[in-house]
Write a protein that binds this ligand. Structure first.
Ligand code: BTN
Length: 286
């Protein structure tokens, strides 16, 4: 199997990552977020990581189920204990999404230019769409070519207004090539994007995600969303698109300093949205 604790730990060591330990990989679990939450409540340290080959009750935001077949994708949850107040924590979902988008972007770029040379592959052979970019769909999705490749579910454990711990759960579609009917057309995977099977190694992708989440979590703890905003805004997949959040309809107009989604309505008023699920349509501008 391409997912093993020894190989993830080895890849983390090579990256010099301080997080990802202790690491547990289950053959099957209900939800790695639940595993991580239980461990957090029992005192697991910052960076403790829970992976599973398959989930029987993987879940996303809004009570949606997360497609979690065995042997295909990454289902990963990390315990994070940033020293920030409960009031400051909401935008960390965006920061974690950025971490995942960085990894996805790197894997896709390597597909296009495996030796980093900028040269075309021999014979011009490329099996996936060129130039596809990893985009963030506020607040918790990573999209490529308008299809969802990863989702982030952050759950916090609070004591009063103090944040005790967070669990950052990440589902990243790696090898799935056939999605259930309700996801087909909306979901994608690294395999569907033409990444070659030898690059679809879940251990090394998991290590990259764990290390990247550790890095953004440290930046977030030190300085909030500020240092990450430029990159988040550059990856904003809703900017210029028709969006609908609850009863609000308009055009995505960026992300503010607090990590809220800005929506310009038909009358030109700009609304800052702190939470909600976004439906989005065709590009209307920008
Ligand atoms: C979403 O897009 O709504 C978030 C999906 C998050 C799915 C991951 S898979 C690992 C972890 N365990 C879960 O049950 N959910 C998250």
């Amino acid at each position: 199997m391409d997912l093993s604790a020894a190989r993830v730990l080895d890849a983390l060591d090579r990256r010099g990552a301080q997080v990802g330990r202790p690491l547990s990989i289950a053959a099957e679990t209900a939800s790695t977020n639940d595993d991580a939450k239980r461990a957090a409540a029992a005192g697991a340290p910052h960076g403790a990581t829970f992976l599973a080959d398959a989930q029987t009750a993987g879940r996303g935001r809004g009570g949606h189920a997360w497609h979690s077949p065995a042997g295909e994708n990454l289902y990963l949850s990390m315990v994070l204990r940033p020293e920030v107040s409960a009031a400051e924590i909401a935008p960390i979902t965006l920061a974690v999404g950025l971490a995942v988008a960085r990894v996805v972007a790197r894997v896709i770029r390597d597909r296009e230019d495996p030796v980093g040379s900028g040269r075309a592959l021999p014979g011009g052979a490329r099996s996936g769409p060129r130039g596809a970019e990893a985009r963030l769909k506020w607040p918790n999705d990573v999209l490529v070519g308008g299809r969802k490749i990863a989702g982030v579910l952050v759950e916090g454990q609070l004591r009063g207004d103090r944040l005790v711990s967070l669990v950052a759960g990440i589902g990243l579609n790696v090898r799935t090539v056939t999605f259930p009917a309700e996801l087909a057309g909306r979901a994608t995977s690294l395999a569907l994007l033409g990444v070659q099977s030898e690059e679809l190694d879940r251990s090394s992708i998991a290590a990259a995600v764990i290390a990247e989440v550790g890095a953004v979590s440290a930046e977030f703890e030190a300085a909030g969303l500020g240092p990450l905003l430029r990159e988040i805004r550059a990856a904003d997949g809703l900017r210029g698109r028709a969006v609908e959040v609850g009863t609000l309809r308009g055009i995505g107009a960026g992300i503010d300093d607090a990590g809220r989604l800005l929506v310009r309505d038909a009358g030109g008023a700009v609304h800052a949205v702190a939470s909600g699920e976004v439906l989005f349509g065709a590009t209307l501008e920008g």
